[in-house]
Ligand binder design. Structure first.
Ligand SMILES: [Zn+2]
Length: 456
């Protein structure tokens, strides 16, 4: 393996030129700019690496760049996910070099999309190229699913995965996105789900004078406040019947992993200008983020909130809420329970479901999970910090849920990559190391037995 790593280092200049070619093509899904052109460039780069790519249409969105590399029909199969679209670059004046002109300063490549996700998805492709070139391609099959609208919420990905279930069949899904932990390399498994809802209360026909009509017209803001107050106890628990039914507690191993994540509570509190964490007090910091659901008010809008006074009885009130869900909660089940509760306690309030994602869970104890952790440790020369679940929500349930396979994410970028922000960057060292990690993961996964890969 060391000669693969040495070879990868010797090719750094050429790999950077390949990356720059991909970076110079804007591919902003939100603004419908350049995604088709970028997909073509990616196809060409994949072809040169020995992968046979195809453009597969989505139902109205940018195409998926899909590629396969087959070494033996019964070899272990890894599905690789990534996205070639990027966030809009605005505000342009905040960039120190043009957002779509890759520029190296102080060992970092500055360009929109370098970390999120072009530099990381390309690392897998270049790893294949390197392994082929040194004739050390392991006995593994790879399937690449590179979508073009992750930054717009992957609206067509669920239908795509459902439709191509058979084509995407694999033993595990592997991807690289995001930044490492400040304290070192990171590997994460799974993500929280989400249920996003809106509550609307209607009072009188229109807003009214709070003096002339005060006392005879209802106030929908109070109606919402009363409802919300009954939905959560002062010590932080949701009161909706069965809300916590599906919550799977962390295993002993997951507790160990959480305890090993560097965390300084005092500096966290100082950073957020707090003196203590909010209730419930019986969950640890990381357990709250990874293994417990939330019940959050995102916004509350009613009446007048401007300067000075306006004496008014509002006729409408609206609340937006998100609930982050953990395995094995399901947004459909929580939605049913939520609606039942509102109907029973405030039948006049209208409830609307806005969005949802199913939580995704992969056991860190699986042989494939351990193999990926070990590969990262070997390339970095130190143990990575392992996140059993991430606090955010994403489409990884499509792989764990729809395809039924484990998923693991290894962020290759530096922790301060500033993705989504001006001056997005990736250290050259992180990019090159990412190629080495991908090669290592492919080689180590190739050595897993059928039984080890079948473990769930
Ligand atoms: Zn992003």
């Amino acid at each position: 393996m060391s000669n693969v790593n040495a070879y990868i280092e010797s090719q750094q200049e050429q790999y950077l030129q390949t990356l720059f070619r991909l970076l110079r093509q804007p591919s902003i899904s939100a603004q419908n700019i350049g995604t088709a052109e970028c997909a073509e460039i990616l196809m060409d780069i994949m072809t040169q690496a020995g992968i046979e790519p195809r453009l597969l249409p989505t139902d109205g969105g940018p195409p998926v760049v899909y590629g396969e590399l087959t070494t033996a029909s019964d070899a272990p199969t890894l599905l690789i996910y990534g996205h070639y679209d990027v966030q809009p670059p605005e505000p342009l004046e905040a960039w120190h070099s043009p957002p779509f002109e890759p520029t190296i300063r102080d060992g970092r490549i500055y360009c929109r999309g370098v970390g999120d996700n072009k530099g990381q998805l390309l690392a897998h492709v270049l790893a294949i190229k390197a392994l082929n070139q040194v004739r050390q391609m392991p006995r593994i099959n790879l399937k690449f699913l590179y979508e073009g609208e992750e930054e717009s919420g992957s609206p067509h990905l669920p239908a795509f995965v459902e439709k191509h279930r058979d084509m995407l069949k694999a033993d595990a899904m592997y991807w690289a996105d995001g930044g490492m932990h400040e304290a070192g390399p990171r590997v994460s498994f799974g993500s929280r789900g989400i249920l996003y809802v809106e509550l609307n209360a209607k009072g009188a026909a229109r807003d009214a004078h709070s003096g002339n009509r005060g006392g005879v017209l209802p106030n929908p803001a109070w109606e919402l406040v009363h409802l919300l107050d009954t939905m959560r106890t002062p010590d932080g628990y949701c009161t909706i019947e069965g809300f916590y039914d599906g919550v799977r507690p962390p295993t002993d191993y997951e507790r160990q992993l959480m305890a090993a994540i560097p965390h300084d509570e005092a500096s966290f509190l100082a950073e957020w200008e707090l003196t203590e964490l909010p209730p419930p007090v019986d969950w640890s910091f990381h357990e709250r983020i990874m293994f417990q659901p939330t019940f959050n008010i995102c916004g509350f809008v009613s009446g007048y909130g401007g300067q000075g006074t306006k004496t008014v009885i509002p006729s409408r009130a609206k609340v937006k809420m998100d609930m982050r869900l953990v395995a094995d909660q399901h947004p459909d089940d929580i939605w049913e329970k939520f609606v039942r509760y509102v109907k029973a306690h405030a039948p006049n309030i209208q409830v609307t479901r806005i969005a949802s994602l199913v939580p995704s869970k992969t056991s860190v104890e699986l042989p494939v999970s351990q193999t990926i952790i070990r590969s990262v440790a070997e390339i970095h020369g130190r143990e990575p910090i392992v996140f059993p679940t991430s606090g955010g929500s994403g489409p990884s349930y499509l792989f764990t849920g729809v395809l039924g396979i484990p998923t693991a994410c290894v962020p290759y970028a530096n922790h301060d990559e500033d993705n989504h922000a001006p001056n997005e960057n990736m250290e050259v060292e992180c990019f090159v190391r990412g190629i080495k990690i991908s090669a290592r993961v492919f080689r180590e996964t190739a050595a897993l037995s059928k039984e080890e890969l079948a473990a769930r």
